[in-house]
Design a protein around this ligand. Structure first.
Ligand code: C2O
Ligand code: CU
Ligand code: CU
Length: 439
């Protein structure tokens, strides 16, 4: 990052040999790594990314969660970068861009799940104007992958595509159960990204004090104590850990997101052994040694996003995700929004720039669908009948099986065409995505 607020990066997407979970693997990576390099910027910066496609399939780049223009060489998901070609993206962050943890990944329709599953993802940090004083910051990118006996990435079966694939190996920064260490009393800030294609992560760190600083682009004014933190695919959490002596396991506990279980009862076998797994160990934190006394109280933070609960709503919309209702077989599950499959040449939703809208997301199907909107953050107004009593912002909102969620969105700062979709990326690739045009 140069002093004039410009960060220039070259990202090369290529196949390569990497160590994943301690095993040699033939995967995909950005600049040869899984995950790719962490990009650090500040509000008001310009992020220049030259994306070089050294794979034999088309790709492109999406900066998930960033509030930047979707047009031209901004966060334009309609760009296609052919094998051997490159493209120069320029992301201009507004001066009031919310700080937080974001990420980047490919978005070429039809291949998004395959490319992310094989290793293409990395973290983006938008720094706080006044960061809390801590002893250590860690970036924890969680992903999953299935490798065959020769270390190649396993292809998804038709059932995996239907339910959303879950990998047999769950990795933290490309490693299986890495050992982290700290001294008692130390304060750590963990920025966690759920980069899994379909896996939900109910995270626990029993025996340690975990406080939530924020999720996605929303910050909490005062950190809240949490025992368990649910990250749907695509969500991020910003967590403060105060280390207590002893060993603690960062684990993902079981989450039932429906699917076969909804139709065949909870004893139904899962595809790839993934769907109904028990706890998954992600990392081990060992806290020992002389106590640290450096920890300072965390100052209360500034919320940069306006509370939309009292805003004037210009339009109400309903979006129905999938149509596989009660009594329908899996074969009849449809990967649609409002009954239509994705078509990049069609506009599904036209919004007046500068207005606030309320969207009711309806899920009549038997599995959860995590709903994601690009560019503009969503404020959760209601989720399964509960209204949050403090403002909550997400760019991925889980819409539970047979449930609904209500969000408000302020379509400010940018115009242009972008997309919303299910962040179970196998569903998105099969058509559960729509085009929005803000003008
Ligand atoms: Cu993280 Cu449209 O994606
Ligand atoms: Cu996104
Ligand atoms: Cu879905």
């Amino acid at each position: 990052r140069s002093s004039n607020g410009r960060l220039q990066v070259r990202l090369e997407a290529s196949p390569g040999e990497v160590q994943l979970g301690g095993r040699p693997a033939s995967a995909l990576g950005y600049n040869g790594g899984v995950p790719g390099p962490t990009l650090r910027v500040r509000a008001g910066d310009v992020l220049d990314v030259e994306l070089v496609n050294s794979m034999d399939v088309p790709t492109n780049l999406h900066v998930h969660g960033l509030h930047v223009s979707p047009q031209g060489n901004g966060d334009n998901v309609f760009v296609v970068i052919q094998p051997g070609q490159s493209f120069s993206y320029e992301y201009r962050l507004p001066a009031d861009h919310p700080p937080g943890t974001y990420w980047y990944h490919p978005h070429h329709h039809g291949t998004v799940a395959d490319q992310i599953f094989a290793g293409l993802y990395g973290a983006i940090i938008v720094e706080d104007a006044e960061p809390p004083v801590i002893d250590r910051e860690r970036i924890l990118v969680i992903s999953d992958i299935t490798l065959d006996g020769s270390g190649n990435v396993a292809a998804a079966s038709p059932m995996d595509r239907m339910l959303g694939r879950e990998g047999q190996l769950v990795l933290l920064n490309g490693q299986s159960n890495p050992k982290l260490s700290a001294r008692p009393g130390e304060r750590e800030r963990w920025r966690i990204v759920n980069a899994c294609v379909s896996r939900y992560l109910p995270l626990r760190l029993d025996g340690q004090q975990m406080q939530l600083l924020g999720m996605d682009s929303g910050s909490l004014l005062t950190p809240a104590n949490v025992d368990e933190l649910l990250l749907a695919p695509g969500n991020r959490a910003d967590v403060l850990i105060t280390a207590l002596a002893g060993d603690a396991i960062l684990r993902a506990s079981t989450y039932n997101r429906g699917g076969m279980a909804g139709m065949m009862g909870p004893a139904a076998p899962g595809p790839s052994g993934g769907q109904f797994q028990g706890d998954v160990v992600l990392a081990t934190l060992s806290v020992s040694g002389a106590p640290s006394t450096s920890a300072q109280p965390v100052p209360s933070r500034q919320q940069t996003l306006p509370d939309l609960r009292t805003a004037v709503v210009a339009a109400h919309r309903q979006l129905t995700l999938g149509a596989g209702g009660l009594g329908m077989g899996m074969g009849m599950m449809s990967f649609t929004i409002n009954g239509r499959e994705f078509n990049g040449n069609r506009t599904d939703t036209t919004v007046a720039a500068g207005t606030v809208e309320e969207w009711t997301l309806i899920n009549p199907s038997l599995m959860d669908h995590p709903f994601h909107l690009h560019v503009w953050p969503m404020q959760v107004i209601e989720q399964s009948g509960d209204a949050p009593d403090t403002p909550v912002w997400r760019d991925v909102v889980n819409v539970p099986a047979n449930g609904r969620a209500k969000v408000r969105i302020s379509f400010q700062d940018f115009a242009g065409r972008s997309v919303y979709h299910c962040h179970i990326l196998d569903h998105e690739d099969q058509g559960m995505m729509g085009v929005i045009d803000v003008r």
